[in-house]
Design a protein around this ligand. Structure first.
Ligand code: ZN
Ligand code: ZN
Length: 160
């Protein structure tokens, strides 16, 4: 935690700052993150800091724990199948985009809300839209999303 205890400019002990909102976009995604906690300098240095040095990990945890908008994964014979969480039908790629919400309770007790506008799969049975299930740790869809989220929550904030 040492990195975020003191202001880098004047060494004053940091105090709790306001929660902030950030948005960002990449090739496939646009995201909005609400409720990003900050620390600020009591002496008025014009810099805000991440609340924890590993705040980025909490953001990704919030994403992976919120699976409501994500397809159910079934390992098939040759490839992963993506199934509708509502009705179990195999999802199809119609080139659609949708908006998905992920929410996480942060260690400090407040909520982080992530809104993701993303390419998605569509259910031919009930019409529900889902983000694809993550197929591996190298799944390029989730690598891009994680990297965009990391950049978005770092913007204008010193990570300590
Ligand atoms: Zn300062
Ligand atoms: Zn369905």
């Amino acid at each position: 935690m040492a990195g975020l205890d003191r202001c880098r400019a004047c060494s004053a002990k940091l105090i709790e700052g306001p929660d902030v909102q950030r948005q960002g976009a990449s090739e496939r995604f646009s995201v909005k993150v609400d409720g990003i906690p900050t620390k600020v300098c009591p002496s008025g240095c014009d810099v805000s800091y991440w609340y924890w040095p590993d705040f980025g990990v909490e953001v990704l945890d919030a994403l992976t724990r919120s699976t409501g908008g994500v397809a159910r994964r079934r390992l098939g014979f040759r490839k992963t199948r993506h199934l509708c969480r509502q009705c179990g039908t195999e999802l199809e790629d119609h080139g659609d985009r949708g908006t998905f919400l992920a929410k996480g309770r942060l260690r400090k007790g407040s909520d982080l809300n992530i809104s993701i506008e993303a390419p998605c799969l569509t259910c031919p049975g009930c019409g529900a839209k889902s983000m694809p299930a993550q197929t591996s740790t190298h799944d390029p869809y989730y690598v891009e999303l994680a990297s965009l989220l990391g950049e978005t929550v770092s913007e204008g904030l010193d990570r300590g």
